[in-house]
Structure formats: structure tokens, C-alpha cells
Design a binder for this molecule. Sequence first.
Ligand code: HEM
Length: 365
Amino acid sequence: MSDDSKRNAPSALGRRSVLIGLAALGGIAAVDVGGFLYAGGWLTPGRLTPPRFTDRFEQVFGKHDGFRRNHAKGLSASGYFTSNGAGAEISKAVVFRPGQFPVEGRFSLSGGVPDVADANATVRGLGLLFTLPNGEQWRTAMVNIPVFLDNTPEGFFERILASKTDPDTGRPDPEKMAAFLARHPETAAAMEIIGQQPRSSGFDNSTFHGLNAFRFTDSAGAIRPVRWMVVPEQPFVPADPVPPPGRDYLFDALIRTVANTPLHWRLILTIGQPGDPTNDATAPWPPHRHSIDAGRVTIDSVQTEEQGNARDINFDPLILPDGIARSDDPLLSARSAVYARSFLRRSSEPKQPSEVNVERVLDER
Ligand code: HEM
């Protein structure tokens, strides 16, 4: 710890020890948060680059050929989106016209270890790709936490190293996390918000948040800042503090549920007001902002990851239909660049079978 950090430590010690405890739960420590220096959307030469960021995931989680460098453990899914037309009020995107559009998806756990044991605290992800009749696509990758942990790519780059598991203790080094949090109050504040949100029992009753702000353009050319989330129609059940046995209990439950019944989420678009931050994913917008229920996402099938399904999709958050555009959030360019690098590596490597296997779970019933 630096001398400066030591001087800062006493005043915030109580709060920080809570935060370190949260980080030690693992999921929060593993969530994507990024650290890049950007100028006009381009990486500054000689500074943080997509390959360096991708190397950092390998340094922290190990190198696992053929797998995503983050959100490595996953399950492919498919279904459709039924748009009720209400989103057309704020965006001319075809996806918001009334109709039904095919969706490919992927449920995941954060972190770069493809066979990591499921845990309630680990951040859950949902990637969705909407295919639109005019040939456009809308891709989004969302997580089950209400804010992101960092507001710059640099933060993520630094933090995943600070939260790396110490092989001697099996936990992150509390001193390293404390030093990181002393330099990053935005992460400490985000952890507090996340810690107040009760965890749900499974993927099926999780709310997934897009977190980054985007700019929606309506048919008259008006532009509004928007954040989105998908809210489950399945009722909330709190996570059991003593989770069921099984390394893959979250995924196994999802597979069994989808075999019996389709799952549904409402797509909620929240409109920002002047002054609401669009460049800081750690900062929530004030509650009760005007929201639009744009329709229903249905997942009616899940598949073991393999060639041709969502295993081979890059859920790049900047693949957007006309009517949705990037905001000034610096995470977006970083995400797009690093996902591409991760995709490039994993698609040219030999593939091992994925940990989560639909047939195995259904055969056990
Ligand atoms: C600078 C910030 C970020 C970096 C560097 C980063 C990095 C990554 C990487 C390397 C992957 C694997 C990509 C692939 O191989 O296809 C990934 C996947 C993912 N990330 Fe991020 N991420 C960032 C921010 C975020 C944010 C803000 C969210 C949520 C809003 C998020 C949610 C996800 C999800 C859900 C996946 C899995 C998608 C899938 O199933 O393919 N990430 N991230």
C-alpha cells in the first residue's frame, strides 16, 4: 500500500472492510469493468490496447482455449421478441415496430473460468441478438446488477488484477482491493448499491440491465438518452443462502425450467432527463424516470454451447439498428474492441466441450 493510501485508510476503513467482503464473494470481483484511455473513441497508442486487456483476463483467470475471456461459462438459448409497438414513441428502430423477431441468447457467469462453480454472488449475464427483417441486428449483453463497477475502462483493467485470487488464501488480497478502492470511490459507491440489491434464486427470475446509456432517435429526429433492462415475468424468489448441491446448480435449474415452460422478460426502456449521466455506468439515474414497456422477450429453448449457436456470437454492444446509437460512455468502445479481440482468439483455438450440458441434465431427470 502506498503512503498516500495508508493516510487515506483510517477514515474509510469501516466502509472499505464491508466492500472488501463484498468483493471477496467473487462475483463482484469478477464483473467486467474496464480501463482504457480513449481519444475520440480510439485507443491511445502505447497505452491500454485490446490485446493488453485480453491478456489481463488470461493473467487473472488463466488461458482457456476456445472460451470467452470473460463470461466464459455459459449456455446458448433461443426464442423471440414480441414488440408491442410502444418503443416506436422514442426510436425509429425496426425492432420497436409491432411484430415478432427471432432472438438468440446466451446465459453466462462473469469471470474467465469456463467450469467455475456456480455461486449466488457471481454476476449473471444475458446476451441477446435480435434479428430484424431488414437485415439489421441489435446485440446487447446485460448483467444482473443495477450499476456497473467502474466508469472507465482503466478501472476494470486495474481492478480485475487487484481482485485476483491469491493462491495461498483462495481469496483476493484485501490490501490490494483496499488500495484500489481508495483510488476509485466510484467503484466503492457502486459496490454499496449492488450490495443492497437482493439476489434472486436463478437466471429465470433475474433482472438483466444493459447499464450503459445509448441515444435513441425517433421518426421525427428527436434524440433521447435511454438505458434498458429486461425484467422477468417469473416471480422473484430470494437466493437461498445455502445453495443446492451441484457445481452447475444455476444452469441446471435453468435447463430443467425451460424444458417445461418458456421464460418471459419485459423489455423496459428508461428515458434519461437532462443532467442524467450518460457517460458513467456506475451512476444510477434518479428513480421513477419515464419508462416504456416495449414488449416481451421469450426464451423457449436452451442448447449446449457448440458450433453454430450462441457460442459463436460476439455480443458486441455496438452492433445496433438504425434508431439506437452509442452514447458518450467510454466503456462502449472498450467493450466492442475487447470483445472482438476475445472473439478472434477463441474462434481460432481448439475447443473443449462446455461445462454446461443440456442432455446430461435432462437425462438425469
Ligand atoms: C470495458 C468494459 C468491459 C470489458 C473490457 C468487457 C470484456 C468482456 C469480454 C472480453 C467478454 C467476452 C467476449 C467474447 O469473447 O465474446 C465479455 C462478455 C460479456 N460481458 Fe463484458 N466487458 C466490459 C463491460 C461490460 C458491461 C458494462 C456489461 C453489462 C452491461 C458486460 C456484460 C457482459 C456479458 C453479459 C458478457 C457475455 C456475453 C456473451 O454471452 O457472449 N460487460 N466482456
